[in-house]
Design a binder for this molecule. Structure first.
Ligand code: ADP
Length: 627
C-alpha cells in the first residue's frame, strides 16, 4: 500500500491508487524547466519568464519523492538567477531586478505550499490506511445510495471485491433489512443511527450486523450521503444461543437431579486458607450461590431461598469439618475432583451421611464456582450395618448348630475327665479311710482330680467361647494349636475317622479372629467326616496340612469320601445335598475367610475325596502393614 499513490476522491477520503507512470511528472518538469531557462536566457522578455518556474515545482509535487519538491524549488531559483545574472549582471538596479525578486518569491511560496499540501495528503493517506486495517466494514454511500468507498473488511464480510462494489446501488447489492423509521429519525435528528440490521452476502447467506451510520455533509452543510461501519454479529449470536442452551441444559440437570447439588463461592476461603486459616472455618463462610431442590430436601430447609440465606456452616459436624479439610487439601494440591464420605447435621438435628463429590469446574485456581454433589447414603449405610449384624448372627447360629451336632463328641470329651475325677475321688477317699492314710497317695489322687477337672473345664471353656455371639478382635493365631483344639472338640476318632495333622515346626502365626477361624476348620472337618460316613472304616482318614505359600498361611483339609458332585456350587448359600443340611456352612466359611483377606477353594482329589484349601494373612506381615 505504501507504494501506491494516494489521491483524494470527489467524496472526500483519500483512496490509494496504483500509479503505472510514476516518473512522468519529473520528465515533464525537466523539459519544462529547460524550455523556461532557454526562453529566459535567449529572449529579451526582461526576466518575467522566471515566474513560470512555479509550473516546474507544481509538476514535481505530483511525484512521491520526499525531497523532490525542495530540490526542484532550489534548482528553479538557481536557473532563474543564472539567467538574470547573464542578462542583467551589469545593469543598474531597475524594473528587471524587481521582476527577478518577484519570480524568486513566487517560486519559494509555491515550493512551501506544495510541501504543506504534500504533508496533508500523507495524513489523509494514513487515515485511509487505518480504515483499511479495521476488521469492521466501512462503506461510504452518496445520496443516491451508490457505493463510493468499500474497505477490505467489507470485501471479506460481504464477499464482493472493491472494484465490483464501488458504483453499485447499496440496497440492490446487499438487500439490507433495517428499521427504516428509526434510521430516518436518527439521521434527521442527531445525524446518526446505530443498531442491528441484516444483509445478504454474495454467497446468499443472511448475516446479522451491528451497524453505525453517520450522515455526511459538504462544506455548505448539504447532505451528501452516509458513512457506515458494521460488525458481523452472526457468530456471536450463534455462540450466545449455544451458551444459553448449554446453560439451560446445565440448569435442567442441576434442578432435576435426584441427588443434592449446590454451588458455592470459595474464592475468599481460598485466600484465607492460603493465609493459614483452618479450611472448614474458611469454607463455612463461603457464600452459597445456588442449590437444587434435592439439596433443600436433604438439609430439611423450607425452600431454596431459606437454604441460601442459611449457608452451609451450621450443618458441619466436627467429623464433617475434618473431612472438608481433607477435601480442601486435595483440591489445593491440584485435584479437580474429590470424593469423600462425610456427614451433616441437618435442620431437624438428624445426622445425615453423604458421599460428597467436589469439583472445580473453572480450573484448579478458580474457586469462585465450586460444584458440590452429595448422595444421601444414610439408609445404605444402615442397611449395610444391618447386613453385617445379620451375617454375624447367622455365623453364630451356625456355630451353635455345629455344637449341637457335636453333642456326642463333646459329651464324650467331658465325660472322660468327669469319670476320672470320680474314680480318683473314690480312690482318695479309700486311702484316707485306711488306718495309716497314705498322704502321698491322697495327694496323687487330688492331683489327678485337679488335672482332670481342668481338662473338663477347658472343654467347656472352648464350647462357651464358640457359643459366644460376639467374637474377639483379630490377633496372631498359632495355627497348629488352633487346629489341634478343634480336632479335640470334633472328637479325634469321630465316627471312627482318624484325623492327621501335618504342620512343620516353626510355622509363622496366622492373623485373624480365633473363634471364626476355628468355626471354619470345624466346618471343614465335620463336612469331611460326614462325607466319609459310608466308606469302609479303614479308609476313614482325614488329613489337615498347614504350609506357607506366597507369604500366606495355607490350610488344606482333605478327606477320602466320594468327592463333591458339584464343586462349583458348594459355596452358594443354601446349596446342600444332605437331607438335614442347611447349605449355609461353606457360604459362611467363605465370608469369614474373605473378610480376613484370604481365599477359600474346593476341589475334588484326583483319586478320591475332596480337598478344601483356605489362606490367611501371616501375623508379622499383617501387623507390619497395619503399623
Ligand atoms: P451342609 O453341610 O449343611 O450341606 P455346607 O455349606 O457345609 O452345608 O455344604 C454344602 C454342600 O457341599 C454339602 O451339602 C455337600 O454336598 C458339599 N460338600 C461339602 N463338603 C464336602 C466334602 N468334604 N465332600 C463332598 N461334598 C462336600
Amino acid at each position: 500500500m505504501i507504494q501506491h499513490a494516494a489521491r483524494p476522491t470527489a467524496e472526500g477520503p483519500v483512496i490509494p491508487q496504483p500509479s503505472p507512470m510514476r516518473h512522468w511528472p519529473i520528465v515533464a518538469a525537466v523539459v519544462v524547466a529547460a524550455a523556461i531557462f532557454l526562453a529566459d536566457i535567449l529572449t529579451p522578455l526582461e526576466g518575467a519568464v522566471a515566474v513560470l518556474y512555479t509550473t516546474v515545482v507544481l509538476l514535481v509535487a505530483r511525484t512521491e519523492h520526499r525531497r523532490a519538491v525542495p530540490l526542484a524549488g532550489l534548482a528553479c531559483g538557481v536557473l532563474a538567477t543564472i539567467a538574470f545574472v547573464d542578462n542583467h549582471g551589469e545593469s543598474v538596479f531597475g524594473g528587471a531586478h524587481v521582476r527577478f525578486a518577484v519570480s524568486l518569491t513566487a517560486i519559494m511560496i509555491t515550493t512551501l505550499l506544495c510541501l504543506r499540501n504534500r504533508s496533508a495528503r500523507w495524513m489523509l493517506a494514513e487515515q485511509a490506511r487505518i480504515l483499511e486495517l479495521t476488521h469492521d466494514t466501512v462503506i461510504i454511500r452518496d445520496t443516491a445510495d451508490t457505493i463510493r468507498y468499500w474497505n477490505d473488511g467489507a470485501e471479506v464480510l460481504y464477499g464482493w471485491r472493491r472494484s465490483e462494489a464501488v458504483g453499485r446501488n447499496a440496497q440492490e447489492l446487499l438487500s439490507s433489512d433495517f428499521p427504516v423509521d428509526e434510521v430516518v429519525r436518527g439521521l434527521a435528528g442527531e445525524g446518526k443511527w446505530s443498531g442491528e440490521m441484516t444483509r445478504i452476502r454474495r454467497d446468499g447467506r443472511r448475516i446479522v450486523l451491528a451497524s453505525r451510520w453517520l450522515q455526511r455533509f459538504d462544506a455548505e452543510g448539504r447532505r451528501i450521503g452516509i458513512i457506515e461501519t458494521s460488525a458481523d454479529l452472526t457468530e456471536q449470536i450463534r455462540a450466545d444461543a449455544e451458551r444459553r442452551q448449554s446453560e439451560e441444559r446445565y440448569r435442567t440437570i442441576f434442578n432435576a437431579a435426584g441427588f443434592a447439588i449446590w454451588e458455592s463461592d470459595w474464592s475468599d476461603a481460598w485466600q484465607q486458607i492460603l493465609a493459614g486459616q483452618a479450611p472448614a472455618q474458611a469454607i463455612g463462610r463461603g457464600a452459597l450461590r445456588d442449590a437444587n431442590d434435592a439439596a433443600v430436601k436433604l438439609f430439611g430447609m423450607a425452600d431454596r431461598a431459606a437454604l441460601l440465606a442459611h449457608g452451609m456452616a451450621p450443618f458441619f459436624t466436627p467429623h464433617g469439618a475434618q473431612v472438608l479439610a481433607a477435601i480442601v487439601a486435595e483440591l489445593a494440591s491440584g485435584e479437580r475432583l474429590v470424593e469423600k464420605e462425610t456427614e451433616f447435621r441437618v435442620a431437624d438435628g438428624r445426622i445425615v451421611e453423604v458421599v460428597m463429590r467436589v469439583t472445580l469446574p473453572l480450573g484448579p485456581h478458580d474457586w469462585s464456582r465450586v460444584l458440590v454433589m452429595a448422595a444421601d447414603v444414610t439408609e445404605r449405610n444402615e442397611a449395610q450395618a444391618k447386613l453385617v449384624r445379620t451375617q454375624a448372627e447367622l455365623a453364630h447360629a451356625s456355630r451353635v448348630s455345629m455344637l449341637g451336632q457335636l453333642a456326642a463328641s463333646i459329651a464324650h470329651e467331658v465325660n472322660q475327665p468327669l469319670a476320672a475325677i470320680v474314680t480318683y475321688g473314690r480312690s482318695g477317699k479309700r486311702w484316707l479311710a485306711r488306718e495309716a492314710p497314705g498322704a502321698r497317695e491322697v495327694a496323687d489322687c487330688l492331683e489327678h482330680v485337679v488335672s482332670n477337672g481342668t481338662r473338663a473345664a477347658d472343654v467347656i471353656g472352648r464350647i462357651r467361647s464358640l457359643a459366644r455371639s460376639d467374637t474377639p478382635p483379630a490377633e496372631p493365631l498359632a495355627m497348629r494349636d488352633l487346629i489341634e483344639e478343634t480336632i479335640l472338640l470334633v472328637g479325634r476318632d469321630a465316627h471312627g475317622t482318624v484325623i492327621n495333622l501335618e504342620a512343620a515346626d516353626g510355622l509363622p502365626d496366622g492373623f485373624g479372629d480365633k473363634v471364626q477361624i476355628q468355626q471354619v476348620v470345624m466346618n471343614l472337618l465335620i463336612n469331611g467326616i460326614q462325607a466319609m460316613a459310608d466308606v469302609a472304616a479303614e479308609r476313614r482318614v482325614m488329613r489337615v496340612a498347614v504350609t506357607v505359600a506366597d507369604d500366606r498361611l495355607q490350610v488344606a483339609v482333605s478327606d477320602r469320601g466320594p468327592g463333591m458332585a458339584e464343586p462349583a456350587m458348594v459355596f452358594n448359600p443354601f446349596f446342600t445335598t444332605k437331607a438335614d443340611g442347611m447349605g449355609m456352612g461353606l457360604s459362611i466359611c467363605q465370608s469369614i475367610i474373605e473378610a480376613h483377606g484370604g481365599r477359600i477353594a474346593a476341589a475334588n482329589n484326583p483319586d478320591d475325596g475332596a480337598t478344601f484349601t483356605f489362606t490367611l494373612p501371616i501375623a508379622t506381615v499383617e501387623l507390619a502393614r497395619s503399623a
